[in-house]
Design a binder for this molecule. Structure first.
Ligand SMILES: NC(=O)c1ccc[n+]([C@@H]2O[C@H](COP(=O)([O-])OP(=O)(O)OC[C@H]3O[C@@H](n4cnc5c(N)ncnc54)[C@H](OP(=O)(O)O)[C@@H]3O)[C@@H](O)[C@H]2O)c1
Length: 273
């Protein structure tokens, strides 16, 4: 596993397991298997309704707590200062944790304009030692600028949709300038990029799978990644991306695949509560 150092000096695995759309029951075995093959970072959310199962897998494992890196997120309906503090208590109780490694605002939902006070609640949790790092998700540059202007503690990362068909070049450059990591959600575009011709040609050349080539591209782009899989062989395959390096010409070929194709929502249009 490779680690990166966040802007507050906390170390984080560059690759973790995402568990969106995995049920509370199934997630126990999935996370347990991931721990067995070397994953140490898990990305869940209040919205995924599987924090209890993730907590059970952590409780059953013998891995020391300080080796794990657990992320969860406050959902849109719980934005606002007091509601966020309450959501945090509920999440941490379900996860059965004393502290959280990373707490994120799931979506900015700018039409409700509560993300600044929500972030201030995250700052309080950070100052109180309840979380090791705080950040955001699905934030556009203009949302990040408000956080940087109106809050004290810069986010350590911005978790956004990012993959070869939606490369987020402008946001990456802004975040890079401000020492904010990009964490790529749907790093495989939910499977949509796996059949891509260029990706398959590169995969053949390196004798790797298309998923491994895409994940390796993210790693070399210096993004944090959280591929999701419930399939044991794929969970294993996805973590095995640290024993090869893509040459510059292949990185350039993948850069050309960018086509502004989202699999998820534009954050400015997200209105779900
Ligand atoms: N912050 C946000 O708003 C947000 C939004 C979306 C996602 N996320 C996070 O990001 C994580 C990953 O995103 P995602 O789940 O949307 O998409 P993803 O990781 O890009 O793709 C997951 C899909 O690809 C399949 N897959 C995984 N590894 C594979 C492999 N090696 N070969 C072939 N197929 C493979 C999985 O199938 P199987 O599971 O059947 O193996 C699943 O259908 C989520 O779980 C969640 O933690 C965050």
């Amino acid at each position: 596993m490779k680690y990166i150092t966040l802007n507050n000096n906390v170390r984080m695995p560059q690759l973790g397991l995402g568990v969106y759309l995995v049920s509370n029951e199934e997630v126990v075995d999935v996370v347990t298997h991931a721990f067995q093959v070397g994953y140490r970072s898990i990305d869940t959310a209040q919205f995924y309704e599987n924090e209890t199962g993730v907590g059970r897998a952590i409780e059953q494992s013998t891995i020391p707590r300080e080796e794990l890196f657990i992320t969860t997120k406050v959902w849109n309906s719980h934005q606002g200062y007091d509601k966020t503090l309450q959501a945090f208590e509920e999440s941490i109780e379900k996860l059965q944790l004393e502290y959280l490694d990373l707490y994120l605002i799931h979506w900015p939902t700018p039409m409700y304009d509560r993300y600044v006070e929500t972030y201030q609640a995250l700052e309080k949790l950070y100052k109180d030692g309840r979380v090791k790092a705080i950040g955001v998700s699905n934030f556009h540059i203009e949302h990040l600028e408000r956080i940087l202007d109106e809050c004290e503690i810069p986010p350590v990362l911005n978790q956004v949709e990012c993959h070869p068909y939606f490369q987020q070049k402008e946001l990456k450059s802004f975040c890079n300038k401000h020492n904010i990591y990009i964490e790529a959600w749907s790093p495989l575009a939910r499977g949509e990029v796996l059949a891509d011709k260029t990706i398959n040609q590169i995969a053949e050349k390196y004798e790797k799978t298309p998923a491994q080539v895409i994940l390796r591209w993210h790693i070399q782009e210096k993004s944090i990644i959280i591929p999701k899989s419930v399939t044991p062989s794929r969970i294993h395959e996805n973590i095995n991306v640290f024993d090869f390096e893509l040459r510059e010409e292949d990185m350039d070929e993948i850069a050309k695949l960018d086509r502004n194709h989202r699999t998820g929502r534009n954050p400015n249009e997200m209105d779900m509560l």
